[in-house]
Design a protein. Structure first.
Lengths: 527, 317, 410
C-alpha cells in the first residue's frame, strides 16, 4: 500500500472478460494482467480466443461481461479511439492500412492532436521514429507498393506515433521470414527498454521462450495460467496449451503397393503482389501413402495445391498425373479445373479457406455436396436426388451435427463444416486427395475423425497430400514430409525417422544454409 | 461573338452538373453511392423556389438577403434529403442502390408536388434573376449568365478539392471511403463522417437544382427536366475520376456537349433535329469511355473509393 | 489485494448492435408486413395533414383506385392493376438473374427501352408488308428484334465487367441515357413533321385472348414460373448462385466466371427484350422516350424486396403498383398533384428497406443488461479447466460462424 502508485497497479488488467458469438463462447471469464515494461506472450492454439480477447482491449469487440483496468482505473473501451485514449495500440494480423495512402498518411490517420495538419511535418516525425527504433521505411511510399514486413512496420509505427504505452501484436511473425522475425524481436526489445508494455499473441513456443518475460496461456477461451518464462519449459507450456499431454494416437500403417500418381517438376510461380511464391518445386506423390507438407504459413503451400488443381497459373514447370488404371500420363499445367475433371483425373482438393472456396456458406448441405457433381446428366435441370442421398450419407457416416440437410453450412460449427467438405471430396472416389490444414480450428474428436478418413483413403491406394501446421501431427500421420520454405523445397524426409527439430530447421533455415541470427538456438532446442 | 456566348453558356449549364457532381463526390468519398442525386437536386430546387415565392411576395427585403435566404432554404432541403438517406443507408445499413433509387422516386415526387402548389408565375423569377446574376445581372451581353451562383459553384469545388487532399478531415474522409474498418480502427468516427459527408454532399447538390431551375432556365417549368441533370451529375463524377477540381473542367465539357446541338447551326454547321439528339448522348458516351479506360488501365489512384456501395458494420468479420 | 479505482462513469455503450442469427420466416414476414402497415398509417397521416383527407377516405380512395370501375370506359380497374403489376414483374424478373450474381444491373430502363424501339422499328419498316394486324410472322420478327436489342444493350457492360472488371452499376446507368436519346433520335427520323410523336402503329398487335390483357398476363406468369425453375432448379441458376456468393468457389469447381457473367446478362437483356416487345405489341403500340417511365428502376426495388425470389416478386410488384394506383386516385379526388403517388411509394419503400435492419440485426440497450451477477462469478471461475465444444477460428473466423450477410444485396 505504501508503494508508489505506478508500481501498485498493472499497466493493463482484465477481470472476468467474457464474449460469445451467437452460441459459441469465444472467451469465458478471462483474467489477465500486464506489468509495466514487460513483454507478455499470450499463448494458445488456433481458436483459443486470443485474438478475440485482445480485440476487446483494442475496442474492436465489446465484451459481454467483465471489466478492464488501465493503471488501476476501470475503463470502458467502446472503440479503437477509446483504446488509443488509454494509450493502447494493437497491431492486427490483418493489417488495417489504407492501400492507396502513403505510409505517413496511414500513420497520421485518426490522430487529432489539435495541431495543424501538414503532411510534411508528419513525414519528418516518421523519419525520426524510424531512426530511433531502426526501421527502414520511406514515409512517402504508398502502401500497395510495399512488402508484407514493411506494412507491418508501418502498423507498428502507427501505434508508436500515437504514443501508445501498451502494444498488442497479433501473431506478428506469421507472415515474416526468420530474418524479419529476428529484426522484429530486436525492435520489440528496444521498445521494452523504452518502457513500453507489450503483449504478443502467438502459438509458437520457441518464440514465446525467446522474447517474453511472462506467458499467459489461453485454452478454449479460458485463461489457464500466467507463468514466468524463465521458470517454464516447452513441455509445461504445451501441456497448459493443449490440456493433458496428447500422445497422438494416429493409426499409421506401412504404405504398400505404392505407385507413382503425381509428379511435379520445376514448378515456379508468383503471388498476387508479383513476389516469388513457388521456386523450382519438384516432388512425386505416390498412391497409398500420405505426403505431408510442412512450412511456416505462406511458404507457397496454397499456391502449390492450387497450381495442381488448376486454379492458380504457375509461370513454369510441369504437373504430371498418372492414371491409376492404365498408367497413362497427363500434364495438368495450363488446364482449368473443369478440363482436369473432363480428362478423367480423379483429383479432390480440400482447400484451406473452407467457406470462401470449398463451400458456399449460404447454401445448404445438399447444394454444397452438389458442387462437384452438379454438371452430371444431360438435362439443363439439376438432379438433387443423388446429392441428397450422398448428403444424408455424409451426415450419418461422419456424424455431422446439423439441424437438417436444409441448414446453410455457414451456420454449422467449424468441425461440421469441415466434415461436409471432406466428405464431399472423398465421395468422388479420388485417386489424388489434397487437404490444406484440414483440422485447423477443429476440436480433438473432429481432428481424429479427419485423420482416420485420410488414413482410410491411403489404405485404398489414394495418393494423399496433407498440408499441416502442427509438426506432431505431421510426424504421426504422414509417411513422408516435404518441407517448403519461402516457396522452395528444403527437404523431403521420412516421417518415421525424422525429428521435430530437423523439420523445424528445414522450415526456417535461410536459403544459403545458415540458421537465422541464432533465432532457433535462442528459442531453446525443440523437444 | 457566338463562340464566346457558347462558351459562357456551356459554363453556366455546366455549373448545374458541377454542384451535383461535387456533392456526389463528397458523398462517394465516404463510400456511399447516392443514386438519389436527381431527387435531391429536385428537392433543392423546390425548397429554394418555394422560399423565393415567399420572399418576393414580402417585397421589402434587400436583394442580397433574398439570395442568401433562398440558397439557405435550398441547402436545408438538400440536407434533409441527405439525412433521410444517411439514416437508411448508414444507420440501418440498407442497400445503397435501392435506397438511392427510392430517394429519387421520393424526391422527384416531392419536387413535382411542391412546384404544382407554387404559382406558375415567371414574373417572380424574372424579378429575382438579376439578384442571382450579380454582378453582371443587368448586362445584356452573354456575360449575364455568370452570376454569383456560378462563382459559388466553382468556389465550392475548389474548396472541396483542397479539403479532400490537404486537410486532416479530408484524409479521414478518404480513409472512410477506402477502408472503413481501418478508419474505424484508427479511431475515426465512421458513422459521423458518413453522415456529415452525405448531408453536406446532398446540400451542395441541391444548390445545383436551384441554379438550374431558377437561374439557368429561369422558369418554374424547368423542374420537369431536372432528373436528367441529376444523372448527368452522377456521370460527371466518373468523368472527373472523383476529383472536384477535374470536375470544374469536366462540367464545362459536359455543358458544351449538352448545348452543342443547338449552337452548331450558328457556327455554320447544319444538323438535323434528329442528329442533335445523338449529340446529347455524348456526355454519357464519353463517361462510359472514361470508365472503360480507367478500368483497363487499372491505376489504383483512378478507381472509385474501394468501399463504395458496401455498408460498414464493425463486428462483421 | 490490489486497489483499483472504480470508474463510476464506466458504462457500457448506450446501444449495442449485433448480427442476428437466422430468423424464422414467419417472424421476418411479420416484420415486413408491420413495416408496410406502419408506412400506410404514416401516409394516411401525411394525407390528412397535406390534403385534408380523413383516414377512412384515404383507405376508400386506395381501394377505389385499384378495384373500382373506371367511370370513363366502364372497365374494371382491377385489370389495370393486374396489367401494370405484370409488366413491372416482368422487368423485375429480368434484372433478377444478374442481381443473384451480384451484378448490379441498373440499366433495365434502357434495355427495355431499346427493345421497345426495336419492336416498333420492325412494325414501322416492315408492318406494311403484312395484311393481318396480328400476323404471327410479324410478331415473331418483333420478338426477335426486341430480344436482340435488349441483349446487346445488356451484354456490352457485361463484357467489360468480365474482362476488366469495369464498374457495372455506373456503366448500365449511363446506357439508360444513351438509350433515351437514341429513341429520341429515331422518333425525329420517323416523323417527317418533326413532332416526334409516332402515334399508334397499325400492325403488330398481340392477339386478343378473352380479355385485352389476358394473354400478356399469361405470358408473364409463364415467364415467372420459368425463371423460378431456372434460378432454383437449373444448372445455370446454380452456377449463378455460386458466382454470386464467391467467385473463388466458382474457380475452385471450374465454373468459367466470365462466361457466366456474360450469359446471365444476356438472359437479363433477353427478358428486358420480352418486356419491350410486350409493351409495344400488347399495350402501347407505340414508343416514346418515356415508354418505360422509370419502371426499370422500380423493378430493381421489386426484385430486392422479394429477396430475388420470382414468386415473392408477384407480391412486391403488386404492392408497388397498388400504392401507385391508390395514391393516384387519391390525388385525383382531392385535386392535388399527379406526383402524390411517387411520394407515397417513396415513403413505403423507405419503411420496407428500413425494416430489413431489424431482421438482420439485433439492438441491445444498456438498461437491458445485467452485470452484477456475472461480476461475482468472475472471481470464482477463473481457473476452470477446458470446456468442451469448438471455438471459432480466430481473426478471420473462417472456420465457423461467419455472420449472416443478410440479404444478398447489401
Amino acid at each position: 500500500m505504501a508503494q508508489p502508485e505506478e508500481l501498485t497497479f498493472f499497466a493493463l488488467e482484465l477481470k472476468g472478460i467474457s464474449k460469445a458469438f451467437g452460441t459459441i463462447r469465444a472467451n469465458s471469464n478471462v483474467d489477465l494482467e500486464l506489468r509495466h515494461g514487460e513483454i507478455l506472450a499470450l499463448l494458445g492454439e488456433n481458436g483459443s480466443g486470443k485474438t478475440t480477447l485482445m480485440n476487446m482491449v483494442a475496442g474492436i469487440y465489446y465484451p459481454d461481461d467483465g471489466q478492464i483496468f488501465v493503471d488501476g482505473e476501470e475503463v470502458v473501451i467502446r472503440s479503437p479511439k477509446d483504446a488509443y485514449k488509454h494509450k493502447i495500440g494493437m497491431i492486427h494480423q490483418h493489417f488495417k492500412l489504407v492501400d492507396l495512402f502513403t505510409a505517413a498518411e496511414n500513420i497520421v490517420l485518426g490522430v487529432n492532436d489539435g495541431s495543424r495538419y501538414d503532411i510534411r511535418e508528419v513525414n519528418e516525425r516518421v523519419r525520426e521514429l524510424c531512426v530511433r527504433y531502426g526501421f527502414n521505411i520511406d514515409p512517402k511510399e504508398k502502401i500497395h507498393e510495399m512488402s508484407v514486413s514493411q506494412k507491418q512496420t508501418v502498423e507498428i509505427l502507427k501505434v508508436l506515433y500515437r504514443g501508445a504505452e501498451i502494444l498488442i501484436l497479433d501473431e506478428p511473425t506469421a507472415v515474416l521470414t526468420p530474418q524479419e522475425t529476428a529484426n522484429l524481436f530486436s525492435v520489440l526489445r528496444n521498445m521494452k527498454k523504452d518502457g513500453k508494455s507489450i503483449i504478443i499473441i502467438t502459438h509458437k513456443l520457441h518464440e514465446v521462450l525467446s522474447i517474453s518475460d511472462r506467458v499467459a496461456v489461453l485454452r478454449k477461451g479460458e485463461h489457464i495460467a500466467t507463468v514466468e518464462t524463465s521458470q517454464t519449459t516447452e513441455g509445461m507450456l504445451t501441456e497448459m496449451m493443449v490440456g493433458k499431454k496428447i500422445t497422438l494416437n494416429i493409426d499409421r500403417t506401412e504404405p504398400h503397393d505404392t505407385v507413382e500418381r503425381l509428379r511435379v517438376e520445376g514448378l515456379c510461380g508468383v503471388n498476387a503482389d508479383g513476389l516469388t511464391a513457388l521456386d523450382d518445386v519438384s516432388f512425386t506423390a505416390y498412391g497409398g501413402e500420405i505426403l505431408g507438407i510442412a512450412g511456416i504459413a505462406g511458404s507457397g503451400q496454397r499456391e502449390l495445391l492450387e497450381a495442381i488443381a488448376g486454379i492458380y497459373g504457375p509461370t513454369a514447370g510441369t504437373v504430371t498425373y498418372r492414371d491409376p488404371k492404365d498408367g497413362a500420363e497427363v500434364n495438368l499445367r495450363k488446364k482449368t479445373p473443369l478440363q482436369i475433371r473432363e480428362l478423367g483425373v480423379r483429383l479432390s482438393f480440400v482447400p484451406e479457406d473452407r467457406l470462401g472456396m470449398g463451400l458456399v456458406g449460404s447454401m445448404d448441405i445438399t447444394d454444397n455436396v452438389m458442387l462437384r457433381s452438379y454438371r452430371s446428366g444431360r438435362l439443363m435441370l439439376l438432379n438433387r436426388q443423388d446429392p441428397k442421398k450422398l448428403a444424408e450419407e455424409i451426415v450419418k457416416e461422419l456424424e455431422v451435427a446439423t439441424p437438417s440437410l436444409r441448414t446453410p453450412v455457414r451456420r454449422l460449427s467449424g468441425g461440421n463444416v469441415q466434415k461436409v467438405l471432406v466428405g464431399r471430396e472423398i465421395a468422388s472416389a479420388p485417386a489424388l486427395l489434397m487437404a490444406a490444414y484440414p483440422v485447423r480450428g477443429l476440436d480433438i474428436n473432429s481432428s481424429y475423425a479427419i485423420y482416420n478418413l485420410l488414413n482410410q483413403q491411403k489404405e485404398r491406394g489414394v495418393a494423399v497430400i496433407f498440408v499441416g501446421e502442427d509438426l506432431d501431427v505431421l510426424l504421426a500421420l504422414c509417411d513422408r514430409i516435404m518441407v517448403l520454405n519461402s516457396g522452395r523445397v528444403t527437404g523431403i524426409v521420412d516421417a518415421r525417422t525424422v525429428t521435430k527439430e530437423d523439420v523445424g530447421y528445414l522450415m526456417t533455415k535461410s536459403h544459403d544454409g545458415a540458421a537465422k541470427e541464432g533465432f532457433i538456438s535462442e528459442g531453446g532446442g525443440e523437444k | 461573338m457566338k463562340i464566346l456566348e457558347f462558351l459562357l453558356n456551356a459554363m453556366a449549364i455546366g455549373v448545374t452538373f458541377l454542384y451535383g457532381s461535387t456533392g456526389e463526390i463528397i458523398t462517394e468519398k465516404a463510400g456511399h453511392l447516392n443514386l438519389g442525386i436527381p431527387g435531391i437536386m429536385g428537392v433543392g430546387a423546390a425548397s429554394g423556389c418555394a422560399m423565393l415565392h415567399v420572399l418576393v411576395k414580402a417585397n421589402s427585403l434587400p436583394p442580397w438577403l433574398i439570395v442568401v435566404l433562398t440558397v439557405l432554404a435550398t441547402l436545408a432541403g438538400g440536407a434533409l434529403m441527405g439525412l433521410i438517406y444517411s439514416f437508411l443507408a448508414v444507420t440501418l445499413r440498407s442497400n445503397q442502390n435501392v435506397t438511392g433509387l427510392a430517394m429519387t422516386i421520393f424526391g422527384t415526387g416531392v419536387t413535382k408536388y411542391v412546384f404544382s402548389l407554387l404559382q406558375k408565375d415567371d414574373a417572380i423569377y424574372i424579378r429575382a434573376l438579376p439578384h442571382f446574376r450579380f454582378p453582371f445581372g443587368n448586362s445584356t451581353s452573354s456575360l449575364q449568365y455568370c452570376g454569383i451562383l456560378v462563382f459559388l459553384g466553382i468556389a465550392i469545388a475548389i474548396a472541396a478539392s483542397v479539403i479532400l487532399m490537404k486537410t486532416r478531415i479530408g484524409l479521414h474522409l478518404r480513409a472512410v471511403g477506402e477502408n472503413p474498418a481501418t478508419a474505424d480502427a484508427a479511431g475515426i468516427n465512421v458513422t459521423l463522417y458518413k453522415y456529415v459527408a452525405t448531408v453536406i454532399g446532398s446540400a451542395v447538390a441541391a444548390v445545383g437544382g436551384l441554379f438550374y431551375v431558377m437561374d439557368y432556365a429561369g422558369s418554374p417549368e424547368a423542374y420537369l427536366t431536372i432528373e436528367a441533370m441529376g444523372w448527368l451529375s452522377v456521370a460527371l463524377v466518373i468523368f472527373s475520376l472523383w476529383r472536384p477540381y477535374i470536375s470544374i473542367f469536366g462540367s464545362f465539357v459536359f455543358g458544351a456537349l449538352f448545348i452543342l446541338g443547338s449552337y452548331l447551326p450558328s457556327f455554320g454547321f447544319t444538323i438535323s433535329m434528329a442528329a442533335s439528339n445523338l449529340i446529347k448522348t455524348l456526355p454519357y458516351v464519353v463517361t462510359v469511355i472514361v470508365l472503360i479506360i480507367t478500368s483497363i488501365r487499372n491505376r489504383r489512384e483512378n478507381q472509385p473509393p474501394a468501399s463504395l456501395g458496401v455498408s460498414y458494420f464493425r463486428e462483421d468479420r | 489485494m490490489k486497489q483499483r479505482k472504480h470508474n463510476e462513469q464506466a458504462h457500457e455503450p448506450l446501444v449495442h448492435i449485433t448480427k442476428n442469427a437466422a430468423m424464422p420466416f414467419w417472424k421476418s414476414s411479420l416484420i415486413r408486413v408491420a413495416a408496410v402497415v406502419l408506412a400506410f398509417l404514416f401516409c394516411s397521416l401525411l394525407a390528412a395533414v397535406l390534403i385534408n383527407a380523413k383516414p377512412v377516405e384515404f383507405l376508400q380512395e386506395f381501394l377505389k383506385g385499384n378495384f373500382g370501375t373506371n367511370p370513363m370506359s366502364a372497365n374494371l380497374r382491377i385489370w389495370n392493376l393486374v396489367k401494370d403489376t405484370a409488366i413491372l414483374l416482368c422487368i423485375a424478373l429480368a434484372v433478377t438473374p444478374a442481381f443473384r450474381m451480384r451484378f448490379w444491373n441498373i440499366g433495365a430502363e434502357g434495355q427495355v427501352l431499346v427493345s421497345a424501339l426495336a419492336s416498333a422499328a420492325v412494325v414501322f419498316y416492315f408492318g406494311k408488308y403484312f395484311d393481318n394486324v396480328s400476323s404471327g410472322w410479324l410478331l415473331l420478327l418483333m420478338l426477335i428484334a426486341s430480344i436482340a436489342a435488349g441483349m446487346i444493350w445488356a451484354i456490352i457492360p457485361a463484357i467489360f465487367k468480365a474482362l476488366w472488371n469495369t464498374n457495372e452499376t455506373l456503366f448500365t446507368l449511363m446506357m439508360n441515357y444513351v438509350a433515351t436519346f437514341f429513341v429520341a433520335y429515331c422518333l425525329v427520323k420517323w416523323t417527317p413533321d418533326g413532332s416526334s410523336v409516332l402515334g399508334e402503329l397499325k400492325a403488330g398487335y398481340l392477339p386478343r385472348v378473352g380479355h385485352d390483357y389476358l394473354l400478356l398476363v399469361l405470358i408473364i406468369l409463364i415467364t415467372t414460373v420459368f425463371m423460378f425453375v431456372y434460378l432454383y432448379y437449373s444448372k445455370h441458376g446454380y452456377e449463378i448462385s455460386v458466382v454470386g456468393e464467391s467467385q473463388r468457389t466458382a474457380c475452385y469447381i471450374g465454373i468459367n466466371v466470365k462466361k457466366v457473367i456474360v450469359r446471365t446478362m444476356a438472359l437479363s437483356g433477353a427478358l428486358c427484350g420480352l418486356t419491350g416487345f410486350l409493351l409495344v405489341s400488347a399495350l402501347d403500340h407505340s414508343v416514346t422516350t418515356t415508354s418505360v417511365g422509370g419502371r426499370g428502376f422500380t423493378a430493381i426495388i421489386v426484385s430486392w424486396l422479394a429477396k430475388f425470389n420470382p414468386f415473392l416478386m408477384i407480391i412486391s410488384a403488386f404492392l408497388l403498383v397498388f400504392l401507385s394506383k391508390g395514391a393516384s386516385q387519391l390525388a385525383t379526388t382531392f385535386r392535388v398533384s399527379f406526383a402524390f403517388p411517387d411520394i407515397v411509394t417513396g415513403i413505403v419503400i423507405f419503411f420496407v428497406i428500413g425494416c430489413e435492419f431489424f431482421i438482420r440485426y439485433k439492438v441491445h440497450f444498456r438498461f437491458a443488461r445485467k452485470r452484477a451477477g456475472a461480476r461475482e462469478a468472475a472471481g470464482a471461475a477463473a481457473g476452470t479447466q477446458g470446456a468442451p465444444g469448438e471455438l471459432p477460428a480466430e481473426a478471420e473466423g473462417k472456420a465457423a460462424v461467419i455472420p449472416d450477410k443478410g440479404g444478398k444485396l447489401k
